[in-house]
Design a protein. Structure first.
Length: 294
């Protein structure tokens, strides 16, 4: 005969297992789904960009003292785009994106999270957000770039890092490409059983729609119409959450990972126009006379 104490013990054991298996407390169990890093020398380090010498090879510290690696490309315009890439590969895997962003005239800083490429350590959701802050800090403190001239660019998982920067630093703009609206929503779409975990049992990071709703600067959203990894509905949710001014551009020939060659011109024109509007807006604000209320 089962006693009341045994029932309570069984329930406690099940409750403990439920908590341990939750995305918040059992993140390591979901690590392979969240991160697929390429460690150096894997990657296209000898491709068009890797061997070009067009960039400044950068090493800067993470919060735990590990070395992070990045490439800085000096542009002709006033803004600097800090690129936060997705869950797969390393900075060599986004060569095409970097080349397109360079075409806009902005400076471009792309880096690897801990555990990716030549960066030391290992990633986690908290870690990649910290690494985004470290990249921002390097731009402000070492390159002496004004925060208002920094634009956070997030691709896929990196959109969560860009949104984290938008909420926790002073940046001039935010560009999100193929980004999910929240970690919980995209997790449930990929693993339906995770719907049994409420929001508070997910990591406190990467609640992108909430972050966007609290960001007051202009937002540009980009999403491939053919994206099968993160449905375009996520960008519609982000667009609905974002404050004005905002723009949502659908790239008709693009999948998830890489901007299609057929959409390259549209992509460059859209980003260039966005950057120009940011600069015009900042210049107008700087020129505006003080208002005196009597």
């Amino acid at each position: 005969m089962v006693t009341g104490i045994e029932i309570v013990e069984a329930l406690l054991a099940l409750g403990t297992l439920y908590l341990v298996a939750s995305p918040r407390f059992g993140e390591r169990a979901y690590h392979s789904a969240l991160f697929a890093p390429w460690k150096y020398p894997k990657g296209n380090y000898h491709g068009e960009l890797g061997s070009s010498g067009r960039f400044e090879d950068v090493f800067f510290p993470a919060t735990d003292g590990k070395k992070l690696h990045g490439w800085f490309f000096q542009g002709t315009g006033p803004q600097t785009i800090v690129v936060n890439h997705g869950k797969t590969g390393n900075i060599t895997d986004i060569e095409r994106l970097i080349l397109l962003l360079i075409e806009t005239g902005a400076s471009v800083f792309t880096y690897d999270y801990r555990g990716f490429g030549r960066s030391e350590g290992s990633p986690s959701i908290k870690v990649i957000c910290e690494d985004g802050l470290a990249a921002y800090k390097w731009l402000v403190e070492t390159k002496k770039i004004a925060p208002a001239n920094i634009v956070a660019y997030g691709e896929s998982l990196g959109g969560g890092v860009a949104c984290y920067l938008a909420e926790n630093t002073e940046i001039g703009g935010l560009i999100l490409q193929s980004v999910f609206s929240s970690l919980r929503q995209i997790s449930i779409e990929n693993v339906p059983s995770l719907r049994f975990y409420p929001e508070f049992l997910f990591p406190t990071f990467l609640k992108n729609s909430e972050s966007v709703s609290r960001f007051s600067k202009p937002v540009l959203l980009l999403h491939g119409a053919l994206d099968e990894d993160i449905h375009i509905a996520h960008s519609h949710k982000l667009a609905a959450a974002a404050n004005d001014p905002k723009e949502f551009m659908i790239l008709p020939n693009t999948l998830h990972d890489e901007i299609s060659e057929h959409d390259s011109e549209l992509f460059v024109q859209t980003v260039r126009s966005y950057l120009s509007e940011l600069q015009d807006s900042r210049s107008s604000t700087a020129r505006a006379p003080n208002t005196v209320i009597s």
